[in-house]
Design a protein around this ligand. Sequence first.
Ligand SMILES: NC(=O)c1ccc[n+]([C@@H]2O[C@H](COP(=O)([O-])OP(=O)(O)OC[C@H]3O[C@@H](n4cnc5c(N)ncnc54)[C@H](OP(=O)(O)O)[C@@H]3O)[C@@H](O)[C@H]2O)c1
Length: 317
Amino acid sequence: MKVAVIGATGAVGREMTRILQDRAFPVDGFVPLASARSEGLPVTFAGSEHRIHELTVEACRGVDVAFVSAGADIARRFLPEIAANGTLCIDNSSAFRMEPDVPLVIPAVNPEALVGWPEPGIISVPNCTTITAMLALAPLHRAARCTSLVMSSYQAVSGAGHKAIAELLEQVEKLRGDEEALAHPDVAALPSGPVMGRTIAYNVVPRIGAFQLDGFTGEEAKMMAEPRKILSAPELPVVATAVGSFREFLTDGVTARLIEPRDPPALVKALGDVLAQPDAATRMAQAARALAASTWSWAASAKATAELYETLARGGA
Ligand SMILES: NC(=O)c1ccc[n+]([C@@H]2O[C@H](COP(=O)([O-])OP(=O)(O)OC[C@H]3O[C@@H](n4cnc5c(N)ncnc54)[C@H](OP(=O)(O)O)[C@@H]3O)[C@@H](O)[C@H]2O)c1
């Protein structure tokens, strides 16, 4: 299979390249692509050295599958034509996520979205925070039909790409040794950079993406729209807060609240099922937080809640 990684120099592209190797994905032609700035840079795949080439429609001709993480603008500009030429494009950006005929898929959550989908074409991968939350919440929602969702996320700097990581490291370096002074900082003198806009070292910035007219940011808008499509629940009220946080370097934390589940026993069972899944460690943390946030509206199942907490504790949550 001929495979392209579009955005191969980026935070996501590099990780995708690594995962393709780790999973021994059946690749017999590897095509790493990025912007003209990266033309000729070396990248190692499966023991062989390859050179990055500039992304063009021609460079993707004959490619079976393209794993794409080069931002929404690039995706909009190139993917429709690349897909029309016969390449299956799996895109990490927000460009096509809400298009009605583009599947928005988390394999462990809604693989049914691909049933009957006419390949090739474009498949969208949800926002990373949506993915993390849905892994734990989708089974709970399906079991108990939650009536609303409140998502509060404190997101890793790495979510803004490799330049944001560099910005954070630079600021931490500049502030090293002055940590105590940060209790009463001279804000104007603090280092800041173009990606995060404000000082991100030792800080949280309650803005990810641009503010929209309704007061939410672009990131929050994604977090509110995508769960409805993934869960096939267009009426589900979802409200999201997205805060950029330096504390979590490579992971996101999500707290979700399930309000007034219509069927608490079914939800308890679903929580048990979530915890029994093989990669329960991540989901367990999510489920524990969801459960903690929902107990107040849920007095009738307090005993079951306590039992679940014990299960969580035994599992090391
Ligand atoms: N980071 C995350 O946790 C995360 C999670 C989910 C989804 N995403 C999404 O994935 C996408 C990439 O994110 P990232 O964090 O990997 O960003 P990143 O580290 O900034 O990497 C961006 C990539 O896009 C490439 N690119 C930029 N302009 C291009 C052009 N004109 N033609 C071809 N390639 C171009 C860059 O190549 P050069 O190096 O040549 O500039 C680089 O490889 C974004 O849409 C982001 O929202 C990110």
